[in-house]
Design a protein around this ligand. Structure first.
Ligand code: ZN
Length: 146
């Protein structure tokens, strides 16, 4: 894939991730900047949007993550603490902190950006490729059972 400087939303990779609660079995995520489409070496950036009542599953990884709310309202859960967050609010997730159970508590879409110190996707189902074209399964993320 051509390496980009300008990444347009319409060119983002859209994904559906499983969720533990809500009316649907998945939520939507778009990865805008990652190692597959840019020369980025230490992070990726994407956008999540959750329907009312939808929740992101718990997980952890050994790198920083920043979550920045664009619209709607919800609760982030980091290290067992809940943080109510709306537009303009930002949550920092330290390395190895278990987080998730992030939930839309409003009555419209809750949309936020995530910037995480991984270049690859955490899911087995993703089609992440290295610049060489080799498919790689990320090693940094683990799913956590309740
Ligand atoms: Zn995370």
């Amino acid at each position: 894939m051509e390496k980009k400087v300008l990444c347009r939303e319409r060119d983002a990779r859209a994904e559906r991730l499983p969720v533990p609660s809500g009316n649907r079995a998945f939520y939507e995520q778009k990865t805008l900047v990652y190692q597959g489409n840019t020369e980025v070496t230490q992070m990726r950036l994407g956008m999540c949007w959750l329907e009312p009542g939808q929740e992101v599953g718990r997980h952890g990884h050994n790198c920083d993550e920043i979550l920045y709310v664009l619209e709607g309202k919800g609760t982030f859960v980091v290290g067992g603490e809940k943080y109510e967050a709306g537009p303009g609010d930002l949550v920092y997730v330290p390395p190895d902190a278990i987080h998730g159970g992030h939930k839309n508590t409003g009555d419209k879409f809750w949309r936020y950006l995530f910037i995480v110190g991984q270049v690859l996707q955490p899911l087995d189902s993703c089609d992440v490729c290295l610049p060489s074209g080799e498919n790689v399964k990320p090693q940094l993320v683990k799913e956590v059972e309740e």
